[in-house]
Design a protein. Structure first.
Length: 135
């Protein structure tokens, strides 16, 4: 089975580190120079990579990095024990909540954008979790 790493591009490492440590309680692991930091405390390590706005996303050109709110077909969901406290912590750190916290058959869900335009969710599972919707 492959391992999982999550890389998050940010325009400013210090701002990214400040947000993700305050919003999610992650801790700095290793530093790999001034533009690359490891965050620990989730199921998979999260790596913040400094990438300037307007730079190409790949060696062949194409799209460029933008840090206003953007859509991507993949985003992280962070499982929390107390969604009310987690929402307050994320908002205090600079996240923008997108809509109200909602009830789902598997628990509670809150959707956000981080200060760099990346979407993420907080989920508080009930006792059944995703088994409540499994077929």
């Amino acid at each position: 089975m492959p391992g999982l790493l999550l890389n998050v591009d940010v325009p400013d490492i210090a701002a990214g580190e400040a947000f993700y440590t305050a919003a999610l309680g992650l801790a700095v692991g290793r530093r790999f120079g001034p533009d690359f930091v490891e965050l620990l405390g989730s199921d998979a390590p999260i790596y913040l990579l400094k990438k300037d706005a307007g730079t190409s996303i790949g060696p062949a050109g194409g799209d460029i990095r933008r840090y206003e709110r953007h859509w991507t077909p993949i985003h992280p969901d962070f499982v929390v024990k107390d969604i009310g406290a987690a929402v307050a912590r994320a908002v205090a750190a600079g996240a923008v909540q997108e809509g109200e916290t909602c009830d789902a058959r598997y628990g509670k869900l809150a959707m956000f954008a981080d200060p760099f335009g990346h979407g993420f969710c907080l989920i508080e599972f009930n006792q059944e979790g995703y088994d409540a919707i499994a077929t």
